[in-house]
Design a protein around this ligand. Structure first.
Ligand SMILES: [Zn+2]
Length: 399
């Protein structure tokens, strides 16, 4: 095994941040999000096209270096940052705010140690409701709560000393489309690296020995953001056993770049372009969807819906008549003032004669009414309800 020379060092990272700030003021903004126990600053770089308003941008949070002895995570972050300031990333920066914390465990990195200087594994210090003890993790959670990320990536390395390279989606809630969507994105990330000669493992984060594999009792960066913001959560692992710095950077950043490109795509099952994280519950056939015309509105609606998710139940009237759909949404939570949307999918290209909500006929509208679109084999109808109150709501479609 090759002797590992841990790169990038904290000094190298700080130098890159200060150089990039000077060279790319239109795209780069750096800030100190917290300091470590011995007051070493932890930097975050926000990369976005500052000429475009942020309200319709997706937010992506990429955190490297939770473990100070894993340099490939830091290397991947630097690789992604270097790509983001090239012309190739122009469209991504118009539609996304990319927040990169290349090295959160600054003191562990200085000593090439797994934990921080309080001897805490930062990955295990995440909690849902305020029990976090370490300043570095508090700093990350502040950023997560400020930006409500659509995507989080927790970039690791070392792979237990093995040669494994992995893209591991977060454990999602059972019986919804999240599992499929996460695996689709992870597959695309792996393929991007393999095309350039970096072989990948194909499995998810399903090993029961992993500390966060049980969604009932987990918390790390990805699970925190998935539960609170419905963020797409990905953890990556890199080979540090046989790779040099250039290879670690390339393999890691190829995967991150592919994910960032996904944030500019239009997925057939989504109405708006961007990361496909809007089906909060249910399936492609009948789902509870984030409401809003802009990315910011959808993030705010998602937070409210997730808080009240247990108060929803869904039904469909049987037998299902030809040319008609009768759906019910029972809701027992507080009034959702940030709105809620509901999506229905049916085989073939259908033309509705009427779309109704609680017997009110709706017009086409992204904010108060319905929208309709098609894919290769089906029609999607989405009810957009600006305020949802308690009660049994009837959604009807005639065509
Ligand atoms: Zn790690």
């Amino acid at each position: 095994m090759k002797k590992r020379i841990p790169r990038p060092t904290l000094k190298e990272i700080e130098k890159i941040i200060s150089e990039f700030q000077k060279r790319y003021p239109k795209y780069i903004e750096a800030e100190i999000i917290c300091t470590s126990p011995n007051k070493i600053p932890v930097w975050m770089i926000k990369v976005t096209d500052k000429g475009v308003s942020s309200e319709d941008k997706s937010n992506v949070l990429i955190v490297g270096g939770h473990h100070g002895d894993e340099e490939s995570g830091r290397a991947a972050c630097i690789g992604a940052l270097e790509w983001l300031v090239t012309e190739k990333a122009g469209e991504v920066l118009k539609k996304q705010q990319v927040l990169i914390v290349p090295c959160v465990n600054v003191e562990g990195t200085m000593k090439n140690e797994h934990c921080n200087s309080n001897n805490v594994d930062l990955c295990r210090d995440y909690t849902m409701n305020g029990g976090t003890s370490q300043p570095e993790v508090k700093g990350i959670l502040n950023i997560a709560d400020r930006y409500k990320p659509d995507v989080t990536v927790d970039v690791h390395g070392l792979a237990g000393g093995a040669i494994h390279e992995m893209v591991l989606p977060v454990q999602t809630r059972e019986y919804c489309e999240d599992d499929w969507i996460h695996n689709m994105l992870a597959r695309d990330m792996r393929n991007a690296a393999e095309r350039k000669g970096y072989p990948m493992a194909g499995h998810s984060l399903s090993w029961s020995g992993w500390f966060d594999s049980d969604l009932k009792n987990p918390v790390h960066l990805n699970t925190y953001c998935y539960k609170k913001y419905h963020s797409i959560g990905i953890l990556t692992e890199g080979n540090e056993a046989t790779f040099d710095y250039g290879q670690m950077k390339e393999s890691g950043s190829l995967r991150l770049i592919e994910l960032l490109k996904a944030g500019n795509k239009k997925y057939p099952f989504e109405y708006y372009p961007g990361y496909p994280n809007r089906i909060i519950s249910g399936s492609f056939f009948f789902g509870l969807i984030a409401y809003g015309k802009t990315a910011e509105e959808r993030r705010n609606s998602t937070v409210d819906i997730l808080k009240n998710l247990d108060h929803f139940s869904f039904g469909q009237k049987y037998p299902i008549k030809k040319g008609q759909a009768d759906l019910t949404v029972k809701y027992k939570g507080e009034t959702l003032t940030k709105g809620a949307s509901f999506r229905y999918r049916r085989k073939g290209l259908i033309k509705p004669k009427g779309v109704y909500f609680d017997n009110r006929k709706l017009n086409i509208s992204e904010t108060n009414g319905f929208v309709i679109w098609y894919d290769h084999c089906s029609t999607y109808i989405q009810w957009n309800i600006p305020e949802l109150s308690e009660g049994e709501h009837k959604l009807k479609l005639k065509y």
